[in-house]
Design a protein around this ligand. Structure first.
Ligand SMILES: NC(=O)c1ccc[n+]([C@@H]2O[C@H](COP(=O)([O-])OP(=O)(O)OC[C@H]3O[C@@H](n4cnc5c(N)ncnc54)[C@H](O)[C@@H]3O)[C@@H](O)[C@H]2O)c1
Length: 357
């Protein structure tokens, strides 16, 4: 069992990162050390997501460093100031649609930023074996599936968007630093996360908020693309299990075993929002608007996560319906967070970029 005293979480002000910090500082994780959240606060980073954590643990177990992962001196300073002995690397440009319109930021942050972190870690740790660099990646690196089959840890990489290509590059760099320099690493590739604090440019929050505001519900193409959905807390419990018990140099797939066609997911979400927000299912359904498909839209992703289940004893704990309902309730209960997120540099992707089919 690996034990860490100070973990550097990169991208901790984003969706998964803020949930991870809340999870690690909560009772379920058993972690008793300190967390340093290093985040550049791009349009996707929102310190508001951690206001309660800052209040409760700021200056004792939680520290925030505003820095870009490409800024080598700033990353070196964080390592030295806080005596970092583990990294959980989440900082990334993460939105596929944005990567199609402007790939450069994705290459910079996801490739160069990951390289910078790895190189700083290698120099700071100088061959120590009581340290860990954990890299959080995506199932999108494996490409697209047909109707059958699953991605396993042995599936060859076949990234097809600038986003997935940049994440694939970062995965290769992480493995290369292990093989070449002996840096202790673990790596996880997960499916689509959903839950609280997700930015309202990703499918589930876009749909929930548009339903609440009576705006169109944009569905790409024929709506029959399939994704596997994983509740963010289950994902973070899996990441933590890998960090503590995973075999060094190994990759673990994390999935929800929960595949849905986009249009079916939307149907269920409509029913839940109707119940929770007192709206009419018919009126919400009338908002569905089919839009021009995303270029190169991968048809199906599905994860085989039997390795992490068998080797580390992890399993999903939140069923899909329960997770969706919790997510809807969270967006209903947190209008202030939504307002704050939308008041910054962030602009709704849909308002400016979707065109009706
Ligand atoms: N959300 C998903 O469903 C999903 C699925 C698979 C993998 N992932 C991976 O998980 C990680 C987190 O995803 P997310 O959905 O929370 O992303 P997010 O976009 O919500 O958050 C990304 C965070 O990284 C920060 N960041 C961006 N560029 C930075 C830079 N150059 N330096 C420092 N900080 C920077 C942002 O400010 C933000 O806080 C990413 O690596 C992503 O590829 C996400």
């Amino acid at each position: 069992m690996h034990k860490f005293s100070t973990i550097l979480v990169t991208g901790g002000a984003g969706f998964i990162g803020s949930n991870l910090i809340r999870y690690l500082l909560g009772e379920k994780s058993g972690f008793t050390g300190r967390l340093v959240n290093l985040d550049a606060l791009t349009y996707a980073g929102n310190p508001e997501s951690l206001a309660d954590i800052e209040q409760q643990h700021g200056g004792s177990r939680y520290f925030f460093v505003k820095a870009d992962i490409c800024d080598r001196p700033a990353v070196e300073k964080a390592f030295a100031d806080y005596a970092i002995d583990a990294v959980c690397h989440l900082a990334a440009e993460s939105h596929v649609d944005r990567s199609i319109l402007g790939p450069e930021a994705f290459i910079r942050t996801n490739v160069m930023g990951t390289f910078t972190l790895l190189d700083v870690a290698r120099n700071a740790w100088k061959g120590r074996d009581d340290v860990l660099f954990h890299h959080v990646s995506t199932d999108e690196v494996f490409g697209s599936l047909g109707d059958a089959g699953y991605f396993t840890e042995a599936t060859p990489y076949d990234p097809r968007s600038p986003y997935s290509a940049s994440k694939a590059s970062s995965d290769h760099l992480v493995q290369a630093y292990h093989h070449t320099y002996g840096l202790p690493i673990t790596l996880t590739n997960c499916s689509n996360n959903y839950g609280p604090y997700q930015f309202p440019e990703k499918l589930i929050p876009v749909m929930i908020l548009n339903m609440l505001e009576g705006k169109p519900l944009p569905v790409y193409g024929d709506g029959r693309n399939i994704r596997d959905w994983l509740y963010v807390e289950d994902h973070n419990a899996a990441v933590w299990a890998v960090m503590q018990k995973g075999a060094i140099g190994h990759t673990y797939n994390i999935g929800g075993e929960n595949e849905w066609e986009n249009i079916k997911l939307l149907d269920r979400l409509i029913e839940i929002v109707a119940e929770e927000a007192g709206k009419s299912v018919g009126q919400l359904r009338a908002l569905i608007s089919y839009v021009k498909d995303r270029p190169g839209h991968d048809r199906r992703y599905a994860i085989d996560c039997s390795k992490i289940k068998a080797e580390l004893g992890w399993k999903q704990s939140v069923d899909y319906d329960g997770g969706l309902r919790r997510t809807v309730r969270w967006y209903l209960d947190n209008p202030r967070w939504i307002e704050r997120v939308r008041s910054g540099e962030y602009r709704s992707w849909m308002d400016t970029n979707y065109s009706k089919r």
